[in-house]
Design a protein around this ligand. Structure first.
Ligand code: UGA
Length: 441
């Protein structure tokens, strides 16, 4: 089938590459000519395991092309996917200007029936706006061409996006026209084999489903972080509590890991946007507000613990930071807890020696050259001359380090574990001053 994808960012690239991989003929469009040029030279602009190989294989097979040519894109695909960004406005609501600009471009150029598929995470009601924008342009052209708008939100996790796309838990399709359900069923057939994973519903419910999923996961995390803070004060161990409640299948083990807060491009943005949508319809959404407030506070936790340990005086201290990405297997530092920590350390006059297996360049891009940030090329080198160690991202390489080396290298035997990856008893037995999240310290 012929597919056009507008937006060659994270979602667009994964969608385009995976749809090409199963034999579709895919054209990916972006307005950033530099990005398209780099993609055509085989350079993939994001770090995502497996993506690079799939892109190259399908480009070589002639099933995947990258272009800035919108005319080509609109004439090519029966399916016109919109996968452009929806950055938050100042007030937290999603900025739809890019989505609506694509809708208008499609309306200006389409000559026959098109299925316009919203893949970007967009507020409830956006499909109606897309329909309105396309309809307006067609009316201006005096063109009576049929089209449908579908909401088909994605549920990809960074670091596991290919796997998530290839083997989805569910494929949510929101439509008001049965013919589009059948078209999408055919497009997704290769990903929908062992049992029917397509969940069909009306458009608004599909749009809300995406926010509901992310808000629910963020709520689980903030709930556990709140309990962790309580456990600290009560002398309980949140990790024991986690296993104790996770064993109840109604609760489950997933997404109940306490830590130094959630980050990334999705949870913080989507919780805020849903809160904003709720306010717009006259509902203050107190639970969503609390989820966000708890997370904002949680991102301060590591700094508070480090500052307390050094008696509130961090001027001239050096802290080793292990992990900069908002989670393992990505170089993404958007809303990462590491940023909150480093920025607080800098304000307090401390220096940071940081190591991350892949986010080093991203950190350099964000912060540039500065005297109080040394980006190191190994975990050991980050420890050199540092007074204490903070673990912010649970990359596997940090899970069983040489503890003797850590203790001998740091000027103080202090480890602040923002992801609870070490065993407190083991750390104490080794002579560390060990601080975790919700484990009695
Ligand atoms: C999230 C969702 O998991 C995807 O299903 C969704 O498609 C995506 O957002 C999106 O809307 O595009 P992602 O942002 O890649 O995916 O990251 P997650 O793996 O969900 O992690 C988010 C944050 O929660 C990370 O900072 C992680 O460290 C934190 N987290 C996760 C915890 O603190 N505790 C947990 O138990 C789980």
């Amino acid at each position: 089938m012929k597919v056009t994808i507008f937006g060659s960012g994270y979602v667009g690239l994964v969608t385009g590459a995976c749809l090409a991989e199963v034999g579709n003929d895919v054209v990916c469009i972006d307005i950033d000519a530099g990005k398209i040029q780099r993609l055509n030279q085989g350079e993939v602009p994001i770090y995502e395991p497996g993506l690079d190989t799939i892109i190259k294989r399908n480009m070589a097979a002639g099933r995947l092309q990258f272009t800035t040519d919108v005319d080509l894109g609109v004439s090519h695909g029966l399916f016109q996917f919109i996968a452009v960004g929806t950055p938050p406005d100042e007030d937290g609501s999603a900025d739809l200007q890019y989505v609506l600009a694509v809708a208008r471009s499609i309306g200006e150029r389409m000559r026959d029936y098109r299925v316009i598929v919203n893949k970007s995470t967009v507020p409830v009601g956006t499909a109606d706006k897309v329909r309105g924008a396309v309809g307006e342009v067609l009316a201006r052209r005096g063109a009576a061409i049929e089209f449908d708008v579908v909401s088909n939100p994605e549920f990809l996790k960074e670091g596991a996006a290919i796997e998530d796309f290839m083997k989805p838990d569910r494929i949510v399709v929101g439509t008001d026209n049965p013919r589009t359900t059948e078209l999408l069923r055919a497009l997704y057939a290769p990903f929908n084999r062992s049992h029917d994973r397509m969940v069909c519903m009306d458009i608004r419910s599909a749009e809300l489903t995406k926010y509901a999923a992310n808000a629910m996961l963020a709520t689980k995390i903030s709930f556990m972080n709140e309990l962790a803070n309580l456990a600290e004060r009560l002398g309980a161990d949140i990790e024991k509590v986690r296993v104790g409640i996770g064993s109840d299948p109604r609760i489950g083990y997933h997404f109940i890991y306490p830590g130094c807060g959630y980050g990334g491009s999705c949870f913080p943005k989507d919780v805020k946007a849903l809160e904003r949508t709720a306010r717009d319809v006259g509902y203050p959404a107190p639970l969503l507000q609390a989820v966000e407030a708890v997370n904002d506070r949680q991102k301060e936790k590591l700094f508070e613990k480090i500052s307390a340990y050094f008696g509130g005086d961090l001027a001239g201290r050096t802290i080793a930071v292990w992990g900069l990405a908002f989670k393992p297997n990505t170089d993404d530092m958007r809303e990462a807890p590491s940023r909150t920590l480093m920025e607080a350390l800098w304000r307090a006059g401390a220096k940071v020696r940081a190591f991350d297996p892949v986010a080093r360049e991203e950190a350099h891009r964000l912060y540039g050259e500065r005297a109080d940030l040394i980006l190191c090329d190994s975990p050991e080198s980050a420890l050199q001359g540092a007074d204490a160690l903070a673990v912010v991202t649970e990359w596997n390489v940090f899970r069983s380090p040489d503890f003797d080396e850590i203790r001998h290298t740091l000027t103080r035997p202090a480890v602040f574990d923002g992801r609870n990856i070490y065993d407190p008893a083991h750390m104490k037995a080794q002579g560390f001053d060990y601080f975790a999240i919700g484990r009695g310290t």
